[in-house]
Design a protein around this ligand. Structure first.
Ligand code: HEC
Length: 294
């Protein structure tokens, strides 16, 4: 008669599986104190005890049918601590008679095959895997669990909220505090391509809005080119509402104005102008004499 797994080990296994499954679905450890988890754990423990009690009854019945010698070995076996029993079992080899009973009728080159029973741990893992697979697949298709798009959207929303929080606390550059930096040119290009390119053309060559690469400017409220661009983006043009007040209207942030001003400075001062011959818009306004400091 086989020795049964002690009840406390079954309880540990069941609790372990519950922890894995609950964690998998909630992705945080918050479930530990929920009534749902505690209730499930309690019911599972009760079920394990019931299963154990039924096992005791069956074992008693079987025990009665054993011969005296078998009873004696069974009782002697039972005295060995469970883990030692498992350990011994791992190294036990079958007697010749036992081997004959499970010998499969084909062999090759003297190698014989035995029809051994699958180990319990292996079967346990296999059944767990099957159940887990059904659970996982059905919850994947029927619930919101583990949807990559949903998770992505959620994280995206959290990150934008975090960025907004940060932006709300940090002081944005203003016309007075904004400074030119070569490092902002790339970011400024992105701002330009999102907001400005539709009117000021590819690379600032001009279109509905003036050519931003030449040295002729309609609006010259500031003394330096960088500040002038910042001012124009912040306040828009007084003469022409087509150029709106991007900053004052809250469309473009202080950081983005600082970036786009750096980009316009870059295409105006650090690159050759795009002339009408190259597809640029004709100069508008008067020639500018910017102060050198940025
Ligand atoms: C809807 C079209 C439009 C968009 C979009 C637009 N602008 Fe303008 N912008 C204009 C027009 C038109 C003018 C000329 C205003 C005037 O005549 O005073 C102008 C003028 C300017 C000037 C001053 C040029 C000068 O010669 O006085 C700057 C600098 C400028 N825009 C930068 C930008 C930047 C940077 C963006 C993106 C954040 C942008 N603009 C988006 C239409 C636009």
């Amino acid at each position: 008669m086989k020795r049964r797994t002690p009840v406390y080990i079954n309880i540990l296994i069941v609790l372990g599986l519950l922890l894995v499954v609950f964690y998998m679905f909630s992705q945080t450890s918050d479930f530990l104190s929920t009534r749902f988890f505690l209730g499930t754990a309690l019911i599972s423990i009760i079920v394990v005890f019931i299963q154990n009690a039924i096992g005791d009854l069956i074992e008693n019945e079987k025990f009665k049918k054993l011969t005296d010698a078998e009873k004696a070995t069974y009782l002697a076996d039972k005295k060995i601590p469970y883990f030692q029993y498992l350990w011994n079992g791992a190294f036990k080899s079958q007697s010749e008679k036992e081997e004959k009973d499970i010998l499969i009728d084909h062999g090759f080159d003297g190698i014989m095959e035995l029809d051994n029973q699958l180990p319990k741990w292996w079967l346990g893992l296999f059944y767990f895997g099957c159940a887990y697979c059904v659970l996982y697949v059905s919850s994947y298709f029927l619930t919101d669990f583990a949807h990559p798009y949903k998770e992505y959207e959620q994280e995206y929303r959290e990150q934008t909220a975090a960025i907004n929080d940060y932006m709300a606390t940090v002081t944005q550059p203003t016309l007075e505090t904004a400074v030119f930096s070569e490092d902002n040119v790339e970011a400024g290009k992105a701002v330009f391509e999102t907001n400005c390119v539709s009117c000021h053309g590819e690379g600032g060559k001009g279109g509905i809005g003036p050519n931003l690469t030449d040295n002729f400017w309609i609006n010259q409220p500031e003394k330096t080119l960088f500040k002038n661009v910042f001012y124009m983006v912040d306040n828009g043009s007084k003469n022409n509402p087509t150029m709106q007040a991007w900053g004052k209207n809250g469309v473009v942030s202080g950081f983005d104005m600082q970036n786009v001003a750096a980009y316009v400075y870059h295409i105006n001062q650090e690159q050759a102008p795009i002339t009408p011959a190259q597809g640029g818009a004709a100069p508008q306004g008067t020639e500018a004499h910017w102060e050198k400091s940025k």
